[in-house]
Write a protein that binds this ligand. Sequence first.
Ligand SMILES: Cc1cc2nc3c(=O)[nH]c(=O)nc-3n(C[C@H](O)[C@H](O)[C@H](O)COP(=O)(O)OP(=O)(O)OC[C@H]3O[C@@H](n4cnc5c(N)ncnc54)[C@H](O)[C@@H]3O)c2cc1C
Length: 481
Amino acid sequence: MYDVIIIGAGVVGAHIARALSRYRLQVLLLDKAADVGEGTTKANTAIVHAGYDAKPGTNKARFNLAGNALFETVCGELDVEFDRCGTYVVGVGEEDRATLQSLYQRGKENGVPGLELISGEEMRRREPGLTEQTVGALFAPTGGIVDPFALCYAAAENAVENGVHLLLETEVHGFLRVNGDIAGVRTNRGPFRSRWVVIAAGLWADDLMRAAGLEGFTITPRKGEYFVLDREARAEVRNVLFPCPTPVSKGILVTPTIHGNVMLGPTAEDIGDKENLSTTAEGLNEVMTGALRLMPNLSPRWIIRSFTGLRAAGSTGDFVIEIPDQPKGLLVLAGIESPGLTASPALAEHVVSMLGEAGLPLDRRPDYNPIRRGIPRFSHLSREEQEALIAADERYGRVICRCETVTEGEIVAACHGPIPARTYDALKRRTRIGTGRCQGAFDTPLVLEIMAREYGISPLELTKRGGASFMLARPTKEVAG
Ligand SMILES: Cc1cc2nc3c(=O)[nH]c(=O)nc-3n(C[C@H](O)[C@H](O)[C@H](O)COP(=O)(O)OP(=O)(O)OC[C@H]3O[C@@H](n4cnc5c(N)ncnc54)[C@H](O)[C@@H]3O)c2cc1C
């Protein structure tokens, strides 16, 4: 019997689990995927938004601001890379001047600190590669960039270290009921009983709401396609650069990533399929065209990867955060599209107070530890620190991923972390193997060998992201049955 079951271990569910782990509660965090953060959390722009974009008075505006303010504390406690580098919205052409002005006003109304309108000349001084058509910009000093994967798995790890139970590859199919009230969940691993169920299921929140008897709210997946550029491009791109937004999206950005790459995107296209993570020639073409409109000198030669993320665009246009009157025992988070990553730590605090007000006893655990430390990052260390690490464990002296300088020691540590990286993609998110220029061409066989050794399994059993996504082809005889 749990006090709270959280459906969905994306960045929102992970932070809720961590926030609840401060109290003497039995908490279960469930996800149908083989790792935490396999939903929208793994594929987004990774911007910590300043908060000038959302309509004043909305949940998006409120939790964007509140979440943004927590990033130093949260990332400090969780050992997550974060840079409050500031962000720019760049006006290109006279017609953008009015948009910059209205974003500035909106930001002021939302309470965003430090906003500044700057001239085109000043903007081009700060970012020399920008188009000559630049007429001005809005500078938001509180914006930043973060490691979105770590923001999720670090919160989930800290929750697990503080006693939260995590079950992966566990899909919720429906709810247990007692006198019509929610009393737990039905899953592929059987039923789990609880006093409260929190829906934090991203794109699938509306399906679960319907399963609970809550009609009327729908989620439309809104596709966003991206390019990732090689580190070489970083020399050309100094800042986070948004174009002026469109009615449905913030437009095609050009932005550095916290890991030293550059990212271009996303597009915004409503689609019908919640699993469709394909990229398209048209979408990627739109990404490049949009990026070149801001930075005409970007070279397609720098592209090393493309990917797609799906926004959970809700029918109300705002974050839904509610405890419905009926059925009792349910708390719903839905339509958590952008700025959901930014808002996640603040949403988690709000969920805890809602549950507390609704009667969940919140007795602090004296042994709660908010501090989580990640695995050593060999490439981030000084020469002396690297030598000390190798002296303590020689596996840190064997570089497996040459592009990103990831060692065998880091891979082994990630295989045995609080939430072991059991799939290739989970390991990639924890260590950055395979994310460089060669995209794993050199290191994948070595990585699979190490993973198989550490888990005591055959490399044939290793998957990219769980299920049947095997990394290696099965012997033909076996496939033929
Ligand atoms: C293109 C794009 C760009 C974005 N850019 C930004 C940005 O720059 N800054 C920002 O702040 N936000 C951004 N966002 C938004 C942000 O990524 C999301 O708001 C955030 O990741 C949502 O997290 P989540 O935990 O709600 O959802 P998810 O990460 O999708 O997690 C939901 C989890 O629920 C699980 N689940 C679903 N159904 C079930 C079930 N039945 N049983 C068990 N598990 C289930 C899924 O497997 C998944 O892991 C962007 C989003 C997109 C798509």
